[in-house]
Design a binder for this molecule. Sequence first.
Ligand SMILES: C[S@@+](CC[C@H](N)C(=O)[O-])C[C@H]1O[C@@H](n2cnc3c(N)ncnc32)[C@H](O)[C@@H]1O
Length: 347
Amino acid sequence: MDADASIRSTDNDAAVARLSAVQKRYLDDPFIKHLVPRAHLQPLRPPLINVGTFVRSYAIDDLTTQWLEESGKLNQPCQIVSLGSGSDTRFWRIATGPLKENLATYVEIDFPEITTKKAMAIRKSRELSSVLGTPADVTLSQGSTALHAPKYHLLPNDLRLPPAETMEHLFMIPSPSTETSILSSSLPTLLIFECVLAYMLPETSSRLLEWFVTQFSKSSAPSGGVLGCVVYEMFGLGDTFGRVMVNNLKTRNISIPGAEPFLTLDSLSQRFIGSGFTAAHALTLRDIRKTYVDRAESERISTLELLDELEELDLVLNHYAISWGLFLSNPPHGSSWSHWGLKKQEK
Ligand SMILES: C[S@@+](CC[C@H](N)C(=O)[O-])C[C@H]1O[C@@H](n2cnc3c(N)ncnc32)[C@H](O)[C@@H]1O
């Protein structure tokens, strides 16, 4: 397998882990089974992996929900761009949930091999395609590597390519009269990189983040450009456990140059600040599980499976982090956004 095929294979790992967490009732997601081939034959993952999948998903869902809620309060529907989206189902969960009216556009980007597979799965599944609109609303383009619907766009791209040469063009879709951009820098926009940046060089991911900041710094919205970004990935790999993780991935021909330089939580926040974001935070999954998950939810998941390796769980969760950054081109006007972030739960 070439190196990129190995990177793409991680999509199946993420999807199978999600499916397992759903089957074990950690997560509620009626859509994932339509995106995993032979879903009923997939093995369940161990409790430790299920808990990790739950915490990762809980935190990203929380940040996304807050983004949609704030957009609703300000009467500005938002845009969400998921980069390296793989088989993620977040669009379908939002589009069938109580905040769907607050969403203007959802864009997913991945390698063409992955978007082609996802577009086919969407076309094959009534449950997935009916959420996108009527059949006439849904079109394939670029040799079936791209799919467009009124609020949803699935686009093929290698995120390592120079964004100045690829991104603007990627977001332009031909309409009957003229080319229009799918994204508007006037609307609050959330970028999601869920387990993606680890696979590319840090300078490549910074260049991508900087490109988005530049677009939103030119926003013509009266209150200025508002850009948020959530990143989930491994970090702190300098210790023995971290080196084992890196070596395990190497045996699958997967390297993670984008995780290895990030040894501390602070370095994850600094990546945002160095790319032009105005505020940034980072937390380990261990801290999120202990202090940031709603208490009733924590109690509920603690009853699902017997988890006797708590030390090992802490060790693993301590090597994964959620970080989030905010860019406001006009901070005084956008100040209500500064509350966006994971919140500690009452004891
Ligand atoms: C571990 S999977 C995560 C998928 C999804 N974000 C999730 O959390 O379920 C990583 C995804 O990133 C995609 N990816 C990695 N590097 C990429 C690149 N340079 N360009 C486009 N997609 C990339 C892979 O193809 C894969 O779908």
